[in-house]
Design a binder for this molecule. Structure first.
Ligand SMILES: [Zn+2]
Length: 171
């Protein structure tokens, strides 16, 4: 990771990048954090889904969805910062407060990896990954329609991207 003076995202100073056992880089807590602390305010570009598909596979991994047809994230390697290294977990400790703000969903201990469930932001079928999180409630495969699962809607109530909250409310 390149250290830039100007970064697109604000990242809580008590977070750092470290190596995970299965996913390469991840983000870890450098001190104990309380529930509902701001972890990151994401910065980036609004990327229409067709444009997103033209990005390199590496860059695609750094974007997340903010509406049915738009993604959000950096578009070039030198814009990548800590905030792009949050991994998925089916038993996560973070979620979204609004389109751009990632917060802790529970108290987090020093050394713990910060993760969120990609179901809280992704609804497109571009999300299709084999999960290696091995938590008790691991779904094994993470798909773009996972947000429709009632148990996830309960589990992440208040932590979904706003456009997904709206879709849930409409149903
Ligand atoms: Zn899992």
């Amino acid at each position: 990771m390149q250290k830039e003076l100007r970064m697109l995202s604000w990242v809580n100073p008590f977070l750092e990048v470290g190596k995970t056992k299965k996913y390469g880089n991840g983000v870890f807590a450098k001190k104990n954090l309380k529930k509902d602390e701001v972890l990151t305010v994401f910065g980036g570009y609004v990327i229409p889904i067709d444009e997103f598909k033209k990005l390199s596979v590496e860059m695609q991994e750094y974007a997340y969805q903010i509406s049915e047809n738009l993604l959000f994230g950096p578009v070039s390697e030198n814009e990548v910062c800590i905030s792009e290294y949050f991994n998925h977990s089916c038993n996560p400790n973070a979620g979204f407060r609004d389109q751009l703000t990632l917060v802790s969903m529970k108290d987090i201990n020093v050394g713990e990896e910060i993760t969120f469930d990609y179901a809280v932001c992704m609804t497109s079928d571009i999300l299709d990954l084999k999960c290696l999180c091995e938590s008790d409630d691991c779904r094994k495969y993470i798909k773009g329609n996972d947000w429709k699962k009632t148990e996830l809607q309960k589990k992440y109530n208040g932590y979904f991207q706003p456009y997904i909250r709206e879709m849930i409310d409409k149903k």
